[in-house]
Design a protein around this ligand. Structure first.
Ligand code: PMP
Length: 300
């Protein structure tokens, strides 16, 4: 990992190597924790801008609320702590990982009464999928059923489903997995939302069986501003494979074009015009190069 000097833990700046937890921390055993993945970028004028920090903190606190965590910090305090952690580490771009977890002092599944700990780490992190275009394998694992948990919460335990799908895809030589929902419709990647482009129109699964991503929402707005029609609907795997273009979106993955799904090449196997346009605008927006979207940036 590309380490920095300090991690914010419960209000204190702890040296990176000393930011440790007890082995009997509740969340380590049962997965009941809430976290976020946020990126920050160096802008053209050398500033550091966090992309949609407020929305990520809203989702973090929402996620925590779904497991009745009593978070001892307000959203504003978490925003301030994030900014200060970036400044203190003197880092201009990278990834931010806030996590709120049940700590040490109580075992058993009902977490109430366990200590709630809050940490914010930042570090340098480049391309997530490591490729310009990715090959995707449809997973044999089904995306978590929306009635099994709170789908809209970004909770630690949810990611076992993502780990399984990722391992399966990587072991088969693919870059990323695609999970279908319990009815067999396209849901999302292990850490990304998915879009298809057909006849110039953007199509993406409805918000039912997916984590409704903040990048997805950003793409919605960019599409609207560029007169690209967007349809949210149930998508068959077959339709996705027959699309002209397809791409993933996510904080870590940003906008990543899909080259292939299972044995099917998407379009001509190159980045398509709609994907390229959206990706270019998104890239400019996150780097503060488009006035219209600077409302999404918080400068550190
Ligand atoms: N789906 C899942 C399962 C994810 O983990 C993520 C990453 N948070 C996303 C979608 C994309 O969300 P966002 O654009 O907010 O990062």
């Amino acid at each position: 990992m590309d380490t920095v000097d300090y991690i914010w833990m419960n209000g204190e700046y702890i040296p990176w190597n000393k930011a440790k937890i007890h082995v009997l921390s509740h969340t380590l055993h049962y997965g009941g924790g809430a976290f976020e993945g946020i990126r920050f970028y160096e802008t053209e004028d050398g500033k550091s801008a966090i992309f949609r920090l407020e929305e990520h903190m809203d989702r973090l606190l929402f996620s925590a609320s779904t497991i009745q965590m009593e978070v001892p910090y307000t959203k504003q305090e978490l925003v301030e702590a994030t900014l200060e952690t970036i400044r203190k580490n003197n880092i201009k771009s990278g990834y931010i990982r806030p996590i709120i977890y049940f700590g040490y002092g109580k075992m058993g599944l009902d977490p109430r009464g366990a200590k709630v700990d809050t940490c914010i780490a930042v570090w340098g992190w480049g391309s997530y999928l490591g490729e310009d275009m990715v090959k995707v394998k449809t997973s044999s694992y089904v995306r978590i059923h929306p009635k099994s948990t709170e789908t809209q919460a970004k909770l630690c335990g949810h990611y076992v489903n993502s780990i399984m799908a990722s391992l399966e895809a990587h072991n088969a030589g693919f870059h990323e997995a695609l999970l279908l929902d319990h009815k067999g419709f396209v849901a999302e990647g292990p850490g990304e939302n998915i879009f298809a482009v057909k006849d110039g129109k953007l199509i993406t699964p409805e918000s039912v069986n997916i984590l409704v991503g903040i990048t997805r929402d950003s793409i919605f707005e960019i599409a609207k501003n560029n007169n690209i029609e967007l349809i949210e609907k149930k998508m068959k795997l077959e339709d996705l494979k027959n699309a002209d273009e397809a791409f993933f979106t996510g904080t870590a993955a940003e906008v990543t074009p899909i080259k292939q799904i299972d044995d099917s090449i998407i379009g001509n196997g190159e980045i398509g015009p709609v994907t390229e346009k959206l990706k270019n605008i998104y890239t400019k927006a996150i780097h503060g190069a488009l006035e219209q979207y600077t409302k999404w940036l918080t400068y550190a």
